[in-house]
Write a new protein. Sequence first.
Length: 105
Amino acid sequence: MERDCAFCMNIRKEKPADFVYEDESVVVIKDIRPHAPVHLLIVPRKHIRSMNDLTGQDKDIVLNMILKAKEMAKKESIAESGYKLVFNVERGGGQFIFHLHLPIY
C-alpha cells in the first residue's frame, strides 16, 4: 500500500469511508460525491496505480472486482434496471485517484 494514497488510507482505516463490503481482495465503499442514487467504488486492497500498471498476476483481482460489481448491483437492486461500470485510466481518461478502482453507478 502507498502511504499517501486516499484509497490505501481508507483500506487501512486511517481515513473515513462508508464500507459496504470487504474481503481479502477488495473493498466496496460508497462514493463521497455520488453521481447517482447508487454510486459505489470497488477497490482492490493491493495498490495498483492504474489500469496501465496491471500485470498478468493481477488478473484474479480484476475479475474479482467485476464479479463483485455484478453482485453489488443485484444487492442494491439496480441489476435489472441497468448500471454502469467504468475504468478511468490516467488523468486524460478521467482518473483522479491513482489507485485502480471500478465505479458502479
